[in-house]
Design a protein around this ligand. Structure first.
Ligand code: AMP
Ligand code: GLY
Length: 432
C-alpha cells in the first residue's frame, strides 16, 4: 500500500519517515518533498505543488494511493480534502469548512466566543477608519491580526498607537497581505508561556498527542522577529496532567463537538496554540488545522505506534478505540536556518557534514528547505534542517542535538543555541 504526503517542510519529512516505518506501507510519495525525503528509504518525491489539487488527485488515482496526508494549511484551506473525498479517496485532514478554524481568524474568534472557549478579548473590523478610531483610546500592547492566511506574518504586536496605526494602514489600505487583510482582528495582548497542544480528531472523538513547545522568536532568549519556529521539544514540562485534562475539557472537546454541531465535523490534526497565563489558565491564541512544524519532528521521534493505524482509526471514526504509545524520553529539535530568515536569505548553498549524520545516535536530521543539485544537498529555504535528538531529560536531549549538529555547516547557517531553555530551567528547579 502506498501513502502520499503533501508538502515539503520538516514536518512532512518527519511524517514521511514515520509512515515509511509502517510494515503495511510499501512506498511513500512526497509532493513535492525535499532532499531529505528524496533520500529516505521507501520514500520518493514527485514535483507537484501542494496547491495543484487536480494534479495531486491525478497522482493519487494513478498510483493507487491508499492514504493521503496533507501537511500544510494552504491546500486544506483550498479544499483538497473535499476534492479527494468527492473522488472517493482517503485523505486525512479537515475539509475546507472545518479548516476555517485556521483560514479565518474572524471565524475562529467568533466560534470561540460563541462556545465559551477561553481566548483574548477582541473586535473585528472591515473598515479602515473604524479600526483607526478604535485603537485611538486603547491601552498597549495591542495585537493586530489579518483575518486570512498570511504565512505566519499576519500578526503584529503594536507597542503604541503609531505602530498600531501603521499596521492597520499596511494591512487594510496597502493590502500587505492581499485578500487576507480585508478583515482584521484587534485583540487584547496576553502574557504567559506558549505551548502547542496537538490532537487527532475523527469528527467526534479526540486522540490527544503528547505535549510540545516551540520557540517562535528568531534569536536567543526568545528575542527578535517571529518565525515559523526555531526549535521544539516534547514533552513540555509546563503541561502537567491537570493542565492537560483542563485543556481537553475546556478547549479541545468543546471545539470538536461544536464543529460537529455546526455542521463542519473536524477530522485531521488540530493544533491549538495556547498561552498559559501566570495563574496557569490556558487561552487559545490560534488554531492551526494541521500538525506543527517544527513540533512534528520531536513528536514523530517519540511516537512508537504506527501512524498509518492512527490515521486509519480517525478516517474510520474509531479514534476512541485506539491508543498512541510514546517513548518516555524527551525529544528536542534545533532548526538550522539561514542568516536573514524570516526576511531575505541566500539559497543554493552546499551543506557540508550531512552524510555522517544520516543516522545520528538517539536522533534524526530532518530536512526542510533543502534540495538536491546533482548529488549535493543545497539550501533552498529559510529553515533548512531540524536536528532532533532524544534524551532522558530536556537538558540531555538538548546536549545530544547540539552535539549532533556540530559538524553540519554552510556559509549562511544560523541557529539558536538555547532551544529548551525554559524547560531546562524548570527541570533544574524541580530537581532541587
Ligand atoms: P497567531 O498566528 O495568532 O498564533 O499569532 C502568532 C504569534 O503572535 C503567537 O504565537 C504569539 O506569540 C503572538 N500572539 C498572537 N496573539 C497574541 C495575543 N493575543 N497576545 C500575545 N501574543 C499573541
Ligand atoms: N510551530 C508553529 C506552527 O507550526 O505553526
Amino acid at each position: 500500500m502506498k501513502v502520499l504526503i503533501v508538502g515539503s517542510g520538516g514536518r512532512e519529512h518527519a511524517l514521511a519517515w514515520k509512515i515509511a516505518q509502517s510494515k503495511t506501507i510499501t512506498e511513500v510519495i512526497v509532493a513535492p518533498g525535499n532532499a531529505g525525503t528524496a533520500q529516505e528509504a521507501k520514500v520518493h518525491n514527485i514535483p507537484i505543488d501542494p496547491l495543484a489539487i487536480e494534479d495531486l488527485l491525478g497522482l493519487a488515482k494513478r498510483e493507487d494511493i491508499y492514504l493521503t496526508i496533507i501537511g500544510p494549511e494552504a491546500p486544506l484551506a483550498a479544499g483538497i480534502v473535499d476534492r479527494f473525498h468527492a473522488a472517493g479517496l482517503r485523505c486525512f485532514g479537515p475539509t475546507q469548512a472545518a479548516a476555517q478554524l485556521e483560514s479565518s481568524k474572524a471565524f475562529s474568534k467568533d466560534f470561540m466566543q460563541r462556545h465559551n472557549i477561553p481566548t483574548a478579548a477582541y473586535q473585528t473590523f472591515t473598515e479602515l477608519n473604524a479600526a483607526l478610531d478604535y485603537v485611538a483610546d486603547q491601552s498597549f500592547p495591542l495585537v493586530i491580526k489579518a483575518d486570512g492566511l498570511a504565512a505566519g506574518k499576519g500578526v503584529i504586536i503594536a507597542q503604541n498607537i503609531a505602530q498600531a496605526n501603521q499596521a492597520i494602514i499596511n494591512i487594510m489600505r496597502d493590502d500587505a497581505f492581499g485578500q487576507a487583510g480585508q478583515q482584521i482582528i484587534i485583540e487584547e495582548f496576553l502574557t504567559g508561556e506558549e505551548v502547542s497542544f496537538i490532537v487527532m480528531s475523527d469528527g467526534e472523538y479526540i486522540l490527544p498527542l503528547v505535549s510540545s513547545q516551540d520557540h517562535k522568536a528568531r534569536d536567543n532568549g526568545d528575542q527578535g522577529p517571529n518565525t515559523g519556529g526555531m526549535g521544539a521539544y516534547s514533552p513540555a514540562p509546563i503541561m502537567t496532567p491537570e493542565l492537560h485534562q483542563q485543556v481537553l475539557t475546556d478547549i479541545m472537546i468543546p471545539t470538536i463537538h461544536a464543529m460537529r454541531d455546526e455542521g463542519h465535523p473536524y477530522t485531521g490534526f488540530l493544533y491549538a496554540g495556547l498561552m498559559i497565563s501566570a495563574t496557569g489558565q490556558p487561552y487559545v491564541l490560534e488554531y492551526n488545522c494541521r500538525f506543527g512544524d517544527p513540533e512534528a519532528q520531536p513528536m514523530m521521534l517519540r511516537l512508537m505506534t504506527d501512524l498509518v493505524s492512527l490515521c486509519d482509526a480517525a478516517l474510520n471514526h474509531q479514534l476512541d478505540k485506539i491508543q498512541a504509545e510514546w517513548t518516555e524520553q524527551t525529544a528536542l529539535g534545533v532548526v538550522l536556518a539561514c542568516e536573514g530568515y524570516p526576511g531575505d536569505y541566500p539559497t543554493g548553498e552546499p551543506i557540508k557534514g550531512l552524510s555522517e549524520h544520516n543516522n545520528i545516535p538517539f536522533g534524526k536530521v530532518f530536512h526542510a528547505g533543502t534540495t538536491l543539485a546533482k548529488d549535493q544537498v543545497v539550501t533552498q529555504g529559510g529553515r533548512v534542517l531540524c536536528v532532533t535528538a532524544l534524551g532522558e531529560t530536556v537538558e540531555q536531549a538538548h546536549q545530544n542535538a547540539y552535539q549532533a549538529l556540530q559538524t553540519i555547516t554552510w556559509p549562511s547557517i544560523y541557529f539558536r543555541t538555547d532551544i529548551g531553555h525554559r524547560a531546562i530551567a524548570r527541570e533544574q528547579t524541580d530537581s532541587q
